[in-house]
Design a protein around this ligand. Structure first.
Ligand code: AMP
Ligand code: MN
Ligand code: MN
Ligand code: MN
Length: 282
């Protein structure tokens, strides 16, 4: 059936990174929504996988190990999802720890920029919101602080006004190298996926170069649907994946209920029949 959703979600977050729910509660909600295969893909951290796997076992969900790695490529922040790897792999864990290391200092710098604009208490506020895992404090937490304190009316506005690239409280950050991230995922036995390609501010040429660099590094798949993608994106990105001989992945990018991205945790729209699903061999 064409428009029936598939009960697969290979991209979502828990409070181990910038999601609101514990790994257990993420799995519970996915199960409620009918999910049969789920990957928890916290930013730069695999600490929630064991808990999610335990809960998934009781719920009859196939839990795939996952992570969403922050990468700087050509000056742009790109997210690379790793799927179906050994989360105990030493080289992968070393890379993830390196990526996480600068987050608290970066939060201090962003908060200083906000203080200069008259917004005080941002550092303590964001750290309090990231209490479940302070080392993973992120712009999401800072946006939530700005919203809670009435400085903005929506989180989206926090990004548009203060936190987005080039905005008044933005701090440039050097994440992992693209080749390093893909190699670490592959070295741990997993597959590398370009996350939400529709979200990057790249020209058609830039997008092509990214895909070529990603493939040259050993990447094999691309998300053709993400919770934040628009209705026409899925076909467009499925065709792009086909043209570059990339497998197709999909995920809600769920962070919390009633969030800016409209994805329902645990399910995705049916992909075009010509797609080669990345999960076929999971
Ligand atoms: P960071 O890793 O600290 O740079 O934070 C990036 C996170 O901010 C992403 O993973 C998203 O969850 C969130 N984010 C990015 N852009 C937006 C946006 N425009 N609106 C709401 N959340 C966003
Ligand atoms: Mn996030
Ligand atoms: Mn992302
Ligand atoms: Mn994500």
């Amino acid at each position: 059936m064409m428009n029936e959703p598939i009960m697969i979600d290979l991209h979502c977050h828990s409070n181990v990174s910038d999601g609101a729910l514990s790994p257990t509660d993420v799995v519970k909600l996915a199960a409620t929504n009918g999910c049969t295969m789920l990957a928890l893909t916290d930013h730069d951290h695999t600490g929630g996988i064991a808990e999610a796997r335990e809960e998934a076992m009781w719920r009859g969900i196939k839990l795939i190990s996952g992570v969403e790695i922050s990468v700087t490529w050509n000056g742009c922040t790109i997210h690379i999802v790793g799927l179906n790897f050994d989360e105990h792999d030493g080289s992968l864990q070393k890379l993830l720890a390196q990526i996480r290391a600068g987050r608290i200092e970066r939060m201090r710098q962003m908060s200083d920029k906000l203080a200069k604009q008259g917004i005080t208490g941002a550092f303590d506020g964001a750290m309090a919101l990231a209490a479940a895992n302070p080392e993973m404090v992120s712009r999401t937490h800072l946006a939530e602080f700005l919203l809670n304190e009435g400085h903005v009316r929506t989180k989206q506005q926090a990004f548009n006004k203060y936190l987005g690239e080039g905005k008044s409280a933005y701090v440039r950050h050097q994440w992992a190298d693209l080749g390093e991230a893909v190699a670490a995922i592959r070295g741990a036995g997993g597959v590398a996926v370009i996350a939400h390609p529709m979200r990057y501010d790249l020209s058609a040429t830039g997008r092509r170069r990214l895909i070529e660099a990603f493939k040259a590094a050993g990447g094999v798949a691309m998300e053709v649907h993400s919770g934040s993608s628009k209705p026409n994106d899925c076909l467009q990105y499925s065709l792009l994946a086909q043209r570059y001989d990339l497998q197709a992945s999909c995920g809600s990018d769920f962070h919390r209920l009633h969030d800016y991205s409209g994805g329902i945790l645990g399910r995705c729209p049916t992909l075009p029949a010509f797609c080669e699903p990345v999960w076929r061999h999971f």
